[in-house]
Write a protein that binds this ligand. Structure first.
Ligand code: UD1
Length: 376
């Protein structure tokens, strides 16, 4: 069975690593890795390949940055001939970035079955580019692998055939567990002179938070205040760096330290030792839940409600007063003993996914000349 796996941006890499590892256990699976190049810097991509022990991509599309339409279209244009030549039996896409959607559309139009890993998540906020990517990718996928029950419920409400939906757990947590021995050995806390449990970690990169200068200033104000009580380390995403530079806000505040983006192992190690995480990332809400670290999500909603219902996450929005009072509340609480993880977040999601793909009856046969016909 030929499986083409598509990655493009930073949050894809830790989802794909355990899937590739699992696929390579089976001699009957020929797994190809296609990197679209949506993220291309060493800090955003190369370091993750190294940390997660991902083999170099078989194909690099090198699309780079651009508007949403440009990036999506460029992936489609460059991917189509690759899929036509390689004729995979299934294309696997992960997450909700532009490369996810572009990969899914290109494959679906060639009649190649699409497997979407991390399907069904919904923020119900269509101003988020990821929400559009999620809705469209799910609508054309043949195998929908969900991480939490809300995902299944959302897909059923949208009329998806229940036979396509598989609750398998969370591949991001597979990565966390599989690389635990490595990130536990990271010396990142020493390098940054941090004491376990006595610092916080910040990440911000959502356009709704960083592209609007009033919102960004409000967030920085609250982070500066929190930083007086708990030193905060803020690995700055390139999008955010551009906005901070434009707003002349690169100096930070006394307790708020800007650092370069970290690799996977250093970042997880830093998060695992943190007293508190403040973020607008989707994946980090899940990683903090799995690690038992309190998380404040600086957004109005989450597409990952299980991290609130069963995890350590609180959705606090972007009002500085609310953020500061929620942070104070957490700092006044004793550290919680670790709590059970959400169902099936047990490090074995990739095993379940590959088992489903291997058993899928309809995969073989829907390839070859049929694809060429469809591509005309
Ligand atoms: C993308 C994803 C987002 C994900 C995030 C994680 C979409 C719509 N968004 O957002 O869901 O949470 O990645 O990082 O797919 N840049 C670099 N180096 C790189 C890549 C980008 O400097 O390797 C800069 C470029 O100036 C670029 C900007 O960052 O214009 C934004 O990159 P882009 O991929 O467009 O979106 P992200 O904000 O990273």
């Amino acid at each position: 069975m030929r499986i083409a796996n598509i990655v493009g941006a930073r949050p894809n890499f830790m989802k794909m690593a355990p899937l590739l590892r699992e696929m390579r256990r089976y001699p009957d699976i020929q797994a190809t890795l296609i990197h679209t190049g949506q993220h291309y810097d060493d800090a955003m991509a190369g370091q993750f390949f190294q940390d997660l022990e991902i083999p170099p991509p078989d194909v690099s599309l090198q699309v780079g940055s651009g508007t949403h339409a440009f990036q999506t279209a460029e992936v489609m244009k460059r991917l189509e001939p690759v899929l036509l030549e390689r004729r995979p039996h299934v294309v696997v896409v992960v997450g909700d970035v532009n490369s996810t959607l572009a990969g899914a559309i290109t494959a679906a139009k060639l009649g190649i079955p699409v497997a979407h890993v991390e399907a069904g998540l919904r923020s119900f906020d269509r101003s988020m580019p990821e929400e559009i990517n999620r809705l469209l990718t799910d609508a054309i996928s043949d195998h929908l692998f969900v991480t939490e029950e809300s995902g299944r419920a959302n897909l059923l409400r949208e009329g998806v055939d229940p036979r396509k939906i598989h609750m398998v757990g969370n591949v991001m947590i597979d990565s966390l567990d599989q690389s635990r021995r490595l990130w536990e050995r990271s010396d990142v806390l020493e390098r940054f002179a941090l004491t376990p449990g006595e610092y916080g970690v910040v990440t911000l990169h959502r356009p709704s938070n960083v592209d609007d200068s009033a919102t960004l200033r409000g967030l920085l104000k609250s982070l500066g205040e929190i930083g007086r009580r708990l030193p905060l380390v803020f690995p700055v995403h390139p999008r955010t760096r551009q906005r901070l530079e434009a707003a002349e806000e690169m100096s930070g505040a006394e307790g708020l330290r800007y650092v370069e983006p970290l690799g996977y192992l250093d970042f997880i190690s830093m998060v695992a030792g943190a007293r508190l995480v403040l973020t607008d990332s989707g994946g980090l809400q899940e990683e903090t839940t799995a690690l038992g670290v309190p998380c404040l999500t600086l957004r109005e909603q989450t597409e990952r409600p299980v991290t609130v219902a069963e995890g350590t996450n609180r959705i606090v929005g972007t009002s500085p007063d609310r953020i500061m009072s929620e942070a104070s509340r957490i700092l006044a609480e004793p550290r919680r003993p670790s709590t059970p993880r959400p169902a099936l977040w047990d490090g074995r999601a990739s095993e379940r996914i590959v088992a489903v793909l291997r058993n899928a009856e309809n995969i073989a046969g829907n390839t070859g000349s049929e694809n060429r016909e469809l591509a005309r």
